[in-house]
Write a protein that binds this ligand. Structure first.
Ligand code: 3SK
Length: 507
């Protein structure tokens, strides 16, 4: 059944295990093991320490963390004590981190030692304290010191199911990320819907999500779903390059694997992959982008398992369209997951008949009610209890087939990019006279970005300049937003009205 009222604080997803199976491993992996009892105790210390720091109910706690036990500990400590963790992407460059901290108003941040330097030069934020985990704190404070002496039990704040629980940031079409506000009942709802109806984990499962916990997809995979059934999560900090991922599968023997098409592609092409022992896997999920038939088959040949494809959004917290183990349609994002209603509408907002292209609206009780402090964008996306996805689909026999975006956002490596944002960023570089950025589909149906650039200095374009410009995008925006291909031209073609001729630039 679906119940959005019985979940006054989302920390219950973890704490329920304290009675049920305290000695079971909640976490495993190269960063260490932790039982459910140990994780609750550590989360309690974090919650008590946040309270002692003087946070008020609903105040934000910025989490800039890799996938190690410190992540769920700090997260659950904060929510149980009534505070609001903000899950930040650790690939964020300092300029954007500055924005996240100013926008969220966080007075305290918990940060991975390896990334602490990014906090050194921040200004105009409300930050008073940076607590560093998994290494030396340098100018900041070590977690061991911050947590010292605090109790391993924590009374739960008197939150309600509709109170704000945590945020994640989305990169929006304006290029300015939006704080997506999630409520206390949202996690449980994703378990009652996708978790119970599609994923169907067992307590003896070991889950391994290569997408990290700061992504909504990774958060559900590594935290909500395994903890909801008392299963175990394998956490792999650091770069998820294919050999490290394969090594982790061989060593820690996960049974359920979560990836993205980009990762499945890299794994299928990884050197020596056919000699790896992947026999522990019993189920594999893929999401965010369409998986090509070739990679679907290659993975099946390697493991005997067909990746189950789904699609979700950070606003909905997890997957609302999915295939299932029993019913798979290759190339389809899937059917509506029980608990979610989807509707395809035309430009006038009227439902379109089966077989016709329409923009998808979705509703279900894990939907974020708003973007923080962004009434215009909230009104555009959260339309009553429906969420406007901006994705165009065609429905056939209950399965939904992606047709493109209603605006021009594209997914590259499973993450949203707005080509115009990349174009603006390139145009800001001193070397660039003019630039156009285009998204196009590759042979395997994944999307990529190409930039066509005229430099101020004629004849100067080469590999070195391309690298400088790609690095510029990686540091000014986010690493995945860089154009994979750069073509240098003397001048961009123009339309009759003098605008860049986007259709003509790559001809
Ligand atoms: O499909 C996605 O991109 C997604 C986003 C957030 C959470 C879960 C998923 C699958």
């Amino acid at each position: 059944g679906f119940d959005k009222t019985g979940h006054p604080n989302c920390s219950a997803v973890l704490w329920d295990n304290l009675d049920r199976n305290p000695d079971k491993l909640a976490l495993t992996g190269p960063a260490g093991e932790m039982t459910y009892a140990e994780l609750c105790a550590q989360a309690a210390r974090w919650g008590n320490a946040f309270r002692a720091f003087g946070l008020s109910r609903g105040e934000r706690v910025a989490l800039f963390l890799d996938d190690t036990p410190a992540y769920p500990a700090a997260f659950f400590g904060a929510v149980r004590a009534g505070f609001v963790p903000v899950l930040l992407n650790t690939l964020t460059a300092p300029e954007l981190l500055q924005f996240y901290l100013a926008d969220s108003g966080a007075r305290i941040a918990v940060c991975e030692a390896d990334f602490a330097d990014r906090f050194s030069a921040l200004k105009d934020t409300a930050l008073e304290r940076v607590v560093v985990v998994n290494g030396h704190a340098g100018a900041f404070e070590e977690a061991a010191n911050f947590l010292e002496g605090y109790s391993a039990t924590l009374d739960c704040a008197d939150t309600g199911p509709d109170d704000m629980a945590f945020w994640m940031y989305s990169s929006g079409s304006t290029g300015r990320p939006k704080g997506i506000v999630h409520l206390h009942h949202d996690m449980a709802y994703t378990q009652q819907s996708f978790g119970a109806h599609v994923l169907r984990l067992r307590p003896d499962d070991i889950c391994f999500s290569v997408p990290k916990m700061f992504f909504a997809y990774g958060f559900g995979n590594s935290v909500t779903f395994p903890f909801a059934v008392g299963a175990t999560t394998l956490l792999l900090p650091g770069r998820p390059d294919p050999q490290r991922v394969l090594e982790a599968i061989e060593t820690f023997r996960p049974s359920v694997f979560f990836g993205l098409p980009t990762l499945y592609t890299a794994l299928c092409h990884a050197e020596g992959v056919s000699r790896r022992n992947l026999s522990s896997l019993r189920q594999c999920m893929s999401a965010a982008e369409i998986l090509s038939g070739e990679i679907f088959q290659a993975w099946k040949d390697l493991t005997g398992l067909a990746p189950i494809e789904g699609l979700g959004s950070t606003e909905m917290l997890h997957v609302y369209l999915s295939n299932t183990a029993e019913e798979q349609h290759l190339g389809a994002a899937g059917k509506a997951v029980p608990g979610y209603e989807v509707e395809l509408r035309d430009a006038d907002g009227k439902p379109v008949p089966s077989g016709e292209d329409g923009v998808m609206y979705v509703r279900g009780h894990s939907s974020a009610p708003c973007y923080w402090n962004r009434p215009d964008e909230t009104a555009e996306t959260m339309r009553g209890d429906w969420l406007y996805t901006g994705d165009r689909f065609v429905e056939r026999d209950g399965f939904y087939y992606f047709q493109g975006r209603a605006d021009d956002l594209v997914k590259v490596s499973g993450q949203w990019v707005w080509p115009l944002e990349v174009e603006r960023c390139l145009n800001d570089h001193v070397m660039v006279r003019e630039a156009a950025v285009l998204a196009h589909e590759m042979a395997d149906r994944r999307m990529t970005l190409s930039a066509v650039i005229a430099l101020k200095e004629t004849g100067a374009g080469g590999q070195d300049q391309a690298k400088i410009l790609q690095d510029h995008v990686k540091t000014q925006l986010l690493p995945h937003k860089y154009p994979r291909r750069i073509v240098f031209v003397e001048a961009l073609p123009k339309t009759g009205t003098g605008k860049i001729d986007r259709q003509g630039v790559l001809k």
